[in-house]
Design a protein around this ligand. Structure first.
Ligand SMILES: [Zn+2]
Length: 269
């Protein structure tokens, strides 16, 4: 599927697509603008990269901004956050204190309220240690950052990202869907996902399948994993060539990070 260009979702969400498409960012970074109907202030999630006037567009198109939130620290989400917040006179909040501006680090379970809009913080480490998701209860939506993408699967960015945390976080998202609180996923790259349960189950199945493939390759090569196998110079790349043979070679660098995360997970078991 191609042709995602953002737009309005639910009663409260609008996605302004950043002009930074590539193999990793898919169509580009989704900058989510959230607003309670009738309210004047908005919350901006992931102002994104400076690329090709995205910052200028945000500054000129968005009026009163109450708060900037970051789903994690990667530059394609966070690069312009401080400059944008300064231009709008508001705070930036993220899990990592280093990325906050005039605001406290986000805490798990925290309820944010901005001009009548309710947003709940759910920490979901895995893609990175500081990955966080946001529940928009009134729209039954979950903003997933890079933990779940609109197409394909995501990267567990070893050593910052960890596979054990990743599995727990996806399970946690799943329980929000099963309880009926979340119906739709709004990712940071690619289209919104209305089959939330189907997608999360696919993510779990895919990651377990890759893990089994890595485990099989380890035993076929007669390797005994040690605590530092994930940091080995050549082993992860050899694994990628076997396990990710079906994936375009331009993505092997990213795949190698996930393989390192898998090796660390297996070695720690
Ligand atoms: Zn990322």
């Amino acid at each position: 599927m191609t042709g995602w260009s953002g737009g309005s979702y639910g009663e409260r969400g609008e996605c302004l697509l950043a002009p930074n498409p590539n193999l990793m960012t898919l169509d580009g970074t989704n900058t989510w603008v959230l607003r309670e109907p009738g309210a004047s202030q908005v919350v901006v999630v992931d102002p994104g990269p400076i690329q090709d006037g995205h910052l200028d567009r945000l500054v000129s198109e968005l009026g009163d901004v109450g708060l900037v939130l970051l789903t994690h620290h990667h530059y394609d989400h966070a690069e312009v956050a401080h400059e944008f917040a300064r231009a709008k006179g508001c705070a930036v909040r993220a899990v990592d204190p280093a990325y906050c501006l005039d605001g406290d680090p986000l805490r798990d379970g925290e309820d944010l309220s901005v001009d009548g809009l309710s947003v709940r913080v759910v920490t979901t480490p895995g893609h990175t240690a500081d990955s966080v998701s946001f529940v928009l209860p009134a729209d039954g939506a979950l903003l997933t950052g890079d933990m779940v993408l609109g197409r394909g699967t995501t990267v567990v960015a070893h050593p910052d990202g960890q596979l054990g945390a990743y599995f727990s976080s996806i399970e946690r998202m799943r329980s929000l869907v099963v309880s009926g609180e979340v119906r739709t996923l709004w990712p940071a790259h690619g289209p919104v996902l209305d089959d939330a349960l189907g997608v999360l189950d696919l993510y779990l199945a895919h990651r377990r399948e890759r893990l089994a493939q890595v485990e099989r390759a380890v035993s076929e090569l007669g390797l005994v994993l040690a605590a530092d196998s994930a940091e080995d110079e050549t082993l992860p790349r050899r694994m990628v060539e076997v396990v990710y043979a079906d994936v375009d070679e331009s993505l092997w660098g990213a795949a190698e990070l996930s393989v390192r995360a898998q090796l660390a997970y297996l070695a720690a078991r």
